[in-house]
Every structure is written in C-alpha cells, then in structure tokens.
Write a protein that binds this ligand. Structure first.
Ligand SMILES: C[S@@+](CC[C@H](N)C(=O)[O-])C[C@H]1O[C@@H](n2cnc3c(N)ncnc32)[C@H](O)[C@@H]1O
Length: 188
C-alpha cells in the first residue's frame, strides 16, 4: 500500500502517549488512514468502542470536518485517562472511561468503529440500531480470506459472515494490507 510516511500531528501525539503507557494494541496505520478518509465524509456524531490509548480516535480526528464530533469509550480507566490527555483541549472529541454499552442511548451514530476486541459483543443485532441510515460501521482486525464462508484459524468466522450478509447493511471486506482486512458496513 502506498502512503506518505508522515503521520498527522494528532496521531503522532497518540503514539507518544501509547508508548509512555506501554500500550501496543492500536490499529495499524493502514486502517487509520481508512478511518480518516471515512471520517472526512461524515457529519454528526461518530463513535468508537474500545479507545485503547487513542490512536484510532486520533486517526478519526485527523479526518474530521466541520462540527462533527467523536465519542469514544474505553473500559480500562488507565488507558481512558491516557487517551483523554490527547484530546483535553479538543471540544470535538469526548473520551469516556466506561463500558461501550453506556453509549447505547447516545446514537444514532454516523460512523461506528467497533474495536473493543470482543467479537461476541459486536454482532449485528447488538449494534444495528445505533447506526443512522447511511451510517458506516467499521470492524477491524480480520485476516483476508478468499473462501466463503470466511474461515479463520480453521473455523468459520461467524462474526464476519454475519456482518457481510445482514440485510440491514450493505457490506464489503476491504484489504488494507496483504495480511489485514476490515469490514465496512453501510446502514440501508
Ligand atoms: C484493540 S484495542 C483498541 C484500539 C483502538 N481502537 C485503536 O485503534 O488504537 C481494544 C480496547 O477495547 C477495550 N475494551 C474491551 N471491552 C470493552 C468494553 N466493553 N467497553 C469499552 N472498551 C472495551 C480494551 O480495554 C482495549 O483497550
């Protein structure tokens, strides 16, 4: 994948905070660039489930336009506090130290980045109503697979299968690198 080596300033700041916190479970830059490009198409409120140390949030922020906002939730208070530091002077980003389920009454969202790392919690049924019509759901961390149904580590990947076939969404798996893909699902 071709991309300029420079990172947006806010993303570099998020990497510094991650490094200080000893946290490495952030989205890769290829996914980040996709998040930024998608965020640039959005208005209203975007949400992220699973902030980590704020790297994905920072990529979303780097693409934000106008008065769109980002609401992100992180279960681990230490990580949430570290991420909040990155955006402390930014009225367009709110980092909540909370379970993402506490955001259920804050939607519908124009973009939802599902990155809490708990596949069973982010099935279509759990989150479909949180997304506005035309809103985009992004699921990270898949291994590209040419089979149908998709298989990971010898088993059918039912989460990916579900997202790619649900009638409430128009969905596609997109490779962001030779060894990494994301699922994009747009609410009908
Ligand atoms: C893969 S990391 C997030 C990375 C981040 N989105 C990024 O791109 O830099 C997953 C995070 O989700 C958090 N998490 C797990 N379950 C959660 C929940 N129910 N609510 C909020 N955060 C959760 C974990 O503590 C972990 O920090």
């Amino acid at each position: 994948m071709s991309a300029p080596p420079e990172l947006p300033e806010i993303v570099s700041r998020a990497f510094d905070v991650s490094r200080k916190a000893g946290y490495v479970s952030f989205c890769r830059n290829e996914t980040g660039r996709l998040l930024a490009a998608l965020a640039a198409t959005r208005s209203g409120t975007m949400a992220e489930f699973g902030t980590g140390c704020g790297v994905g949030t920072a990529w979303l922020r780097s693409g934000l336009r106008g008065d769109a906002t980002i609401l992100t939730a992180e279960l681990d208070a230490r990580l949430a506090d570290a991420a909040a530091e990155i955006f402390e002077d930014d009225p367009q980003v709110e980092v909540r130290s909370a379970d993402w389920s506490t955001l259920l009454d804050q939607g519908p969202f124009s973009l939802l980045f599902l990155d809490s790392g708990e596949p069973t919690e982010v099935g279509v049924d759990q989150v479909a109503d949180l997304v506005e019509a035309g809103g985009i759901v992004v699921l990270d961390d898949f291994q590209p697979c040419e089979m149908w149904p998709p298989v990971t580590y010898g088993r059918v990947d039912t989460l990916r299968e579900q997202w790619l076939t649900d009638e409430r969404f128009t969905a596609v798996e997109v490779m962001v690198a030779p060894d990494a893909s994301v699922v994009l699902a747009t609410k009908r």
